[in-house]
Structures are given as structure tokens and as C-alpha cells.
Design a binder for this molecule. Structure first.
Ligand code: DGT
Ligand code: MG
Ligand code: MG
Ligand code: MG
Ligand code: MG
Length: 268
């Protein structure tokens, strides 16, 4: 095919192929969600509608794009881990990241009403994205541990803060001052002794965030067939299908990875 004289501009495109053998992580984060949460009356410190909608949108990303092995989300962020052997879009970072971001954003708007009911969506939300490569299983597990530790630290702080305000009658300034310099143990103790709350009994969704993995399910269905002698017969058959499952568990320790050995591919 003859090439136009303009064709050379294609060579200005930069190569952003992700290094082979590495897990490709795409992390999205809501743009200016501090304001978005205020304007849409998100409950403090955790709004289950908002967390549910984030997980629903992430589920749509996993179902509609190729080769995502696991996803983890908390607050206004979600991380998607592509299989280290993926060759989707020839491992082009910009393609992977923009497909994740746009599928997620459109799903967030599409499913909004299912989660927020009468609360109108006041303006179109946006999400930023980044791509990070992790070469070893240890690095990838440490990445996910880092995000879950972040969830824990923020949620313990926010739970203590809003308990002081909502149940303790402190102003937000007073609550901030009260928590200034406290360690995790101090916050746990304060919740327990002053408000009779055991932090470990708080919702696992809030303490641990949402982990999405693929689960095999056997689907049984029945069908009526006509035999050659014109007799009708009902047969049942089972087929194995995979489906996204949401977990609210610890992913820092080894037990999660031992229970789900298929998520990671062997190093080297
Ligand atoms: P960014 O990411 O730099 O554009 O700015 P933000 O404002 O999105 O900051 P970020 O991502 O560090 O923090 C997430 C914000 O989202 C944080 O201000 C609290 C808010 N947020 C997330 N989930 C909830 C929730 O369930 N309830 C409430 N009230 N706020 C939430
Ligand atoms: Mg940020
Ligand atoms: Mg944000
Ligand atoms: Mg964030
Ligand atoms: Mg095209």
C-alpha cells in the first residue's frame, strides 16, 4: 500500500512497552475526592455506597479487560494487577492504563444510581492512573501490603477521629489535637476504654479494603433434548465458569497467598 508523505509522523510515537516478566500494576485514584465526597454527602469516615460503587466498577474492569489476576481497592483508589505473562495490547503501558481508567470511570457513572439512589451525581468524576512494574512475587506482595497497610492506618485514624467528633462531642480541631502524636495502640485503647468499641470488630470492608479475585463456580443447568425416537429427555449438565469474588481479608500475611496459589505465577 502506498504511504502518504505524512506517514513519517508515526515514528514520533514513543515506545512504552512494559518490561517482560514483570507484573503490570495500574493504580487509579479519584481526582479531588475530598471535594467529591463532601459534595455528594459521603458518610464519614466510610460510605458503604461509595465503596460498593468503587468495587462494582473494578469488577467491570476485571470482567471486560484481559488478564487481570487480582485487584485491591480502598478509599478512592483501586489497583489492578495484570498477569506477568500478559501480552494484552503488546504490553503497551499507555493502552493498558487508559483502558483501565476509562472502563472504570464510565462504570462509576453507569452504576452510580444503583448505589446512590436519590443522591444525584452532580458532575463527572475523574480518575488518574499510573503504571508500575514489579519483577518478583515478593515485590508484588509488598506492593499490595503497602496499600492495605495504608488502608489500616487511615481507617484507624479516621475511625478514632470521627468517633471523637460524632460520639465524643469534640470539634474537629479538638479531635485533631487529641490524636496528634498518638500511636495505633493509643487509638485502639481510646476507642475501647472511652467508647466501648473494639476496633477489630469494626467492618472488615473498612479495615481491610476490597480484594477482587477470580473464583471458579460450577453452574448446573438443565435442557430438554429430543432423542432420535422422538422421545423427550431432560438432561442436566455442569460447566465451570469463572466469576469475580470480593474478599475483605488480610492479604499481608502468607495465608491468603497459600489459600489462593493460582493468583501469582512462579518467579524466574
Ligand atoms: P487527589 O487524589 O490528589 O486528586 O485528591 P483527593 O482529594 O482525592 O485525595 P486522596 O485521594 O489522597 O484522598 C481521598 C479522599 O477521598 C479523602 O479526602 C477522603 C475521601 N473519601 C474516600 N472515601 C471516602 C468515604 O467513604 N467517605 C468520606 N467521607 N470520604 C471519603
Ligand atoms: Mg492523591
Ligand atoms: Mg484521590
Ligand atoms: Mg486516594
Ligand atoms: Mg482504535
Amino acid at each position: 500500500m502506498a504511504k502518504s508523505k505524512f506517514e513519517y509522523v508515526r515514528s514520533f510515537e514513543t515506545d512504552d512497552t512494559c518490561l517482560r516478566n514483570c507484573y503490570i500494576v495500574v493504580r487509579l485514584d479519584g481526582r479531588n475526592f475530598h471535594k467529591f465526597a463532601e459534595q455528594h454527602n459521603f458518610k464519614k469516615p466510610n460510605d458503604d455506597r461509595a465503596l460498593g460503587l468503587m468495587a462494582r466498577s473494578a469488577c467491570s474492569v476485571m470482567e471486560d479487560l484481559e488478564d487481570i489476576a487480582i485487584a485491591y481497592g480502598q478509599s478512592d483508589e483501586f489497583s489492578f494487577v495484570f498477569k506477568r505473562s500478559t501480552n494484552w495490547f503488546k504490553r503497551r503501558g499507555s493502552k493498558l492504563m487508559t483502558h483501565v481508567a476509562s472502563q472504570f470511570s464510565s462504570s462509576y457513572v453507569f452504576y452510580w444510581k444503583e448505589y446512590f439512589g436519590d443522591q444525584p451525581l452532580l458532575y463527572p468524576p475523574g480518575f488518574d492512573g499510573r503504571v508500575v512494574l514489579y519483577p518478583t512475587n515478593r515485590n508484588l506482595k509488598d506492593y499490595l501490603s503497602w496499600r492495605q497497610a495504608d488502608c489500616h492506618i487511615n481507617n484507624l485514624y479516621n475511625t478514632a477521629f470521627w468517633t471523637l467528633v460524632q460520639k465524643g462531642g469534640l470539634s474537629t480541631c479538638e479531635a485533631e489535637e487529641r490524636l496528634n502524636g498518638t500511636l495505633s495502640a493509643d487509638k485502639n485503647e481510646m476507642l475501647f476504654s472511652e467508647f466501648n468499641m473494639n476496633y477489630n470488630n469494626e467492618s472488615p470492608l473498612h479495615r481491610k479494603g476490597t480484594t477482587l479475585i477470580w473464583e471458579k463456580v460450577d453452574e448446573t443447568s438443565t435442557k430438554t433434548i429430543t432423542l432420535p425416537n422422538e422421545e423427550e429427555k431432560t438432561v442436566t449438565f455442569t460447566r465451570s465458569r469463572r466469576k469475580v469474588a470480593a474478599l475483605y481479608c488480610d492479604i499481608i500475611g502468607d495465608s491468603f497467598w497459600e489459600e489462593h496459589p493460582d493468583i501469582l505465577e512462579k518467579d524466574g
